[in-house]
Design a protein around this ligand. Structure first.
Ligand code: PFF
Length: 464
């Protein structure tokens, strides 16, 4: 382990893994998915998925990582199942895709820091135009990718762990203040109702698949990110309690983001909740408006601090996204870490260019890239990549990882690894539930979700 580096403490690992989980997915993605999915009913489904399905997958990923101390491809090889390393390859592929568009959105958020500093709250109305300025937002994207690569090049405990330990607690504090503020505004209760009182008539098949995709994305599951982070974890750590903490932290911050945004939308729409279903632009439009209503120095300060923290949250995620292909290149191709980092980062930036220019700048990548069969709906490149990676490959990866652990590597080996550092694990209810979830529940549910999502998203066939 010495030459690969490792987390210096259990706390460091938990913070880094929670840092990976908590990111744009929670603060940018979750509220807009809730808005589009009709509100609280989406939230309920999402929570169920996180706890009963994703948590067992998370435990499994960390266990495989710690057992093998390898990247997602090397992990399957070192357990002796070379054929299965395709799952690791799939994970690395989806990580590359995710980072390619994630960095674009992180670049938008980064640029917002400067808009807030200069008090330009009117950017809310001009968001659509802002993202077509590809040279400007592209430069922000280059800066973001460079910082990510720098942190990753510093290795595990020096870069990743140190950054995460400081930033996560600050982010939570800032969000709590904004939640309290937004709850004091008129019509905030209409927002809360939309967010917290479920109307199950709004549930449809696609709401369910999107909730699953969102849960996987938000918890950084299904692509081996946690196999990779797990590979740096010490043998004395309790994987179950670490995974529980990471899940709770991630879900907690997503819920907090909703508590911050929906009362604001209630206020801005005078209670009609119009605009809640706006989609990916949601926080980029709603939040500056609200900082504008705070106004003055306080508005500028809170807007700036918020977007700085959002960028830090995104950074601890981009770092983990980049770490996955880098660990693979370092371990399997024997390229030096520093060189691998810059090569991979540059390549991913280039892959992200269509996502960058597909928001109004290039017609082809903005609207004509793919037309879904049913309804003839046009889709931009970024949404297409997100549907492919987040909603399709991640659940598929999670399904294969669970099936592998339970039926190929075998449950007793998994249990053995999990009981290291967790003396009470064997014979406990948690063990029984994990065995059931990983062996049967997750593979069946995830296979169904995968099939339904692909049929619906790419072929326009709606079964449910
Ligand atoms: N979980 C991150 C977020 O919610 O923003 C995104 C992510 C990071 C997904 C790392 C997957 C991953 F491996």
């Amino acid at each position: 382990m010495a030459n690969r580096g490792g987390f210096s403490s259990k706390f460091g690992f938990i913070m880094a893994a929670a840092g990976s989980a908590v990111g744009l997915g929670n603060i940018w993605g979750f509220p807009y998915e809730v808005g589009q999915g009709g509100g609280a009913a989406f939230v309920v489904i999402y929570l169920l998925f996180c706890f009963i399905l994703c948590f067992p997958v998370m435990v499994t990923e960390i266990a495989i990582g710690r057992k093998t101390q390898k990247n997602p491809v090397g992990a399957f090889n070192s357990l002796g199942y070379k054929n299965w390393n395709i799952v690791g390859r799939l994970g690395i592929f989806s990580g590359v895709l995710i980072l390619s568009f994630y960095n674009v959105i992180a670049g938008w958020a980064f640029g917002y820091i400067f808009e807030m500093v200069s008090g330009n709250f009117g950017i809310a109305e001009k968001f659509g135009e802002y993202i077509t300025q590809v040279f400007k937002v592209g430069a922000y994207g280059i800066i973001f990718m460079t910082v990510t690569a720098y942190v990753v090049s510093k290795g595990i405990s020096g870069g990743i762990e140190r950054a995460a330990k400081l930033l996560m607690p600050t982010l939570i504090g800032m969000m709590l203040i904004l939640v309290i503020y937004s709850l004091t505004l008129p019509h905030s209760m209409d927002g809360l109702k939309f967010y917290l009182i479920p109307d199950f008539s709004k549930l449809s098949g696609s709401v369910i698949y999107n909730a699953m995709g969102q849960a996987f994305f938000s918890l950084s599951l299904g692509m081996g990110a946690l196999i990779t982070y797990g590979s740096y974890v010490g043998k004395s750590d309790n994987i179950i309690s670490s995974a529980a903490f990471i899940t709770l932290a991630d879900v907690g911050i997503a819920l907090l983001a909703g508590l911050m945004i929906f009362p604001l939308i209630g206020y801005m729409s005078a209670g009609t909740m119009e605009g809640a279903g706006r989609g990916p632009g949601l926080i980029f439009v709603t939040l500056p408006q609200i900082f504008g209503t705070i106004g003055g120095g306080l508005g500028i300060a809170s807007g700036t601090i918020f977007f700085v923290l959002l960028c830090f949250a995104a950074l601890t995620s981009t770092v983990s996204l980049l770490e996955v292909p880098v660990a693979y290149v370092v371990d399997e191709m024997k390229i030096r870490r520093a060189r691998a980092v810059w090569l991979v980062a540059a390549l991913i930036f280039v892959i992200g260019i269509p996502s960058l220019i597909g928001n109004g700048y290039s017609d082809f990548f903005s609207t004509n890239f793919i037309t879904y069969k049913e309804g003839g709906q046009d889709t931009d490149f970024l949404s297409f990549v997100a549907a492919l990676a987040n909603d399709s490959i991640l659940p598929l990866g999670g399904c294969l990882i669970s099936f592998f652990a339970a039926h190929v590597w075998k449950k007793h080996n998994l249990d053995e690894e999990l009981s290291i550092g967790a003396p009470g694990y064997k014979g406990s209810f948690v063990q029984k539930y994990l065995n059931f979830a990983i062996g049967y529940f997750a593979p069946i549910v995830l296979t169904s979700v995968f099939i339904f999502t692909v049929l619906f998203k790419f072929f326009g066939i709606q079964i449910l």
